[in-house]
Design a protein around this ligand. Structure first.
Ligand code: BTN
Length: 246
């Protein structure tokens, strides 16, 4: 991982750059890193605020898996990020399904997985990771401030981004290696331990509708299972939006 690194002072979005490179044939493990992004993207078309001081990066992966398994890479990456923040910063982090890394109930990192595939095989996956490292979320737009935090704000000191990225890449290489060897069930066990979602009451927003119930588990494919108020079980795919209720 990271044998080919493309570093930029500023780009529109590292995911966009990585997708272009992947289309041109860049190999698995290619890393795109930028100090800031002018058009950082979050899930569901949202803007991702990406000032200097954060870690904004994307990895090109070329796993030999069917497209339906590609969203599992978001969970694989989440486990590697969470383990890195725990071991390097001593923070008690959790994962909100599918991709938010939280400290307490505030988001410190988001993951955006984009897939290019034929009907039966993945061509490439770009996994984008945004970590609010040495940034001041008080400078974020008002609607984002209360739900966000940064490592610097939590630890009251600056964190060396290069060291953190190196540690993450080592952790990710291990977890991704396990994934490619068919050990997703083991990774899910770790994910479950880190999860702040399972056991909580959630609201699922889908095509303008809101469903409410308890997140009771995650199945072997990484799909969240919610027991709705009427007792029926609903599978929630990673493209859908959930809110965890206190
Ligand atoms: C989310 O939680 O909505 C996902 C946020 C993903 C942000 C990262 S920053 C690096 C990469 N480039 C982007 O434009 N987005 C991802």
């Amino acid at each position: 991982m990271g044998h080919e690194v493309h570093y930029f002072k500023k780009v529109d979005s590292t995911n966009e750059v990585a997708k272009k490179l992947a289309e041109e044939g860049s190999p698995e493990g290619t890393l795109v890193v930028a100090e800031s992004q002018s058009r950082g993207r979050g899930r569901r078309g949202k803007k991702w605020v990406s000032p200097e001081g954060g870690v904004w990066m994307s990895m090109i992966l070329r796993p030999e898996i069917p497209p339906m398994n590609a969203p599992q890479l978001t969970l694989v990456t989440g486990v590697a990020v969470a383990e890195t923040l725990k071991s390097e910063c001593g923070l008690d982090v959790g994962i909100k399904w599918p991709n938010d890394i939280l400290i307490g109930d505030k988001k410190v990192c988001g993951i955006l997985t984009e897939v290019s595939a034929t009907v039966d095989m993945v061509d490439y996956v770009v996994v984008g990771i945004g970590i609010d490292l040495n940034v001041d979320v008080d400078l974020f737009p008002p609607e984002l401030r209360s739900g966000a935090t940064s490592l610097k704000m939590e630890l009251e000191r600056e964190i060396q981004s290069v060291k953190l990225v190196q540690k993450f890449l080592i952790n990710f290489e291990k977890t991704y290696g396990d994934f490619k060897e068919g050990k997703f069930p083991e990774i899910l066990k770790e994910w479950r331990i880190l999860s702040t979602t399972i056991g909580n009451y959630v609201e699922v927003h889908k095509r303008g509708r809101t469903l409410k119930g308890e997140a009771v588990g995650i199945n072997k494919d990484g799909v969240l299972i919610v027991e709705l108020d009427d007792g029926t079980l609903k599978k929630v795919l990673s493209g859908e939006c959930i809110h965890v209720k206190k």
